[in-house]
Design a protein around this ligand. Sequence first.
Ligand SMILES: C[S@@+](CC[C@H](N)C(=O)[O-])C[C@H]1O[C@@H](n2cnc3c(N)ncnc32)[C@H](O)[C@@H]1O
Length: 189
Amino acid sequence: MPHRVCPWWLGYLLASPLRRLYQDPRAILSPPSAVRHDRRRDRAGMGFFTLDIARLVGPGGRVVAIDVQPKMLDALKRRAKRAGLPDRVETRPVAGEATGMEDLDGQADFVLAFAVVHELPDMHRFFAAAGAALKPGGRTLLAEPSGHVTAENFAKTLAAAAAAGLRRVDSPRIRGSRTALLEKGAGQA
Ligand SMILES: C[S@@+](CC[C@H](N)C(=O)[O-])C[C@H]1O[C@@H](n2cnc3c(N)ncnc32)[C@H](O)[C@@H]1O
């Protein structure tokens, strides 16, 4: 699979309110995608989903937004501030082999990986880190753009998730996307 990183300036387009007409974050994040807990991880971009997740987690919740491009996170921080949500959103720039989830073992209720796994250098590392960060029974919503990711490559992505102990429990319908709702077993550490 190609690992070309989405250019930072495209982040403005991805965070545009017009995208809601095509992919509505509130609908995508509603049950059974199950943003119903208070700790999330989001592969961020400029935060098309992050701000809605921050609203959903409520005042006591926390969202960790991780991206390899600091410019994406700078724009997200500005947007979170304008929305009155800076205290709920922590931004984490990552580099090299880091996933940004190393210190989160067993703390996350939900991980969102929207249109990002095909850009990662090592999806096995990502799913292992997401699996470790999730609480038992926690969920990951995986969505990959169907224009970029073939059915065959998506099957490889699911195999990597399964190898990390993340079981597919649903395939939510999201426009332009191949999707899987993945769950960490309730008895898994
Ligand atoms: C296509 S954008 C999607 C952004 C957002 N999830 C959305 O749907 O609007 C992919 C994002 O993944 C980020 N990314 C690429 N490689 C990464 C890595 N190794 N670690 C963290 N983020 C990465 C890019 O910088 C970009 O912001």
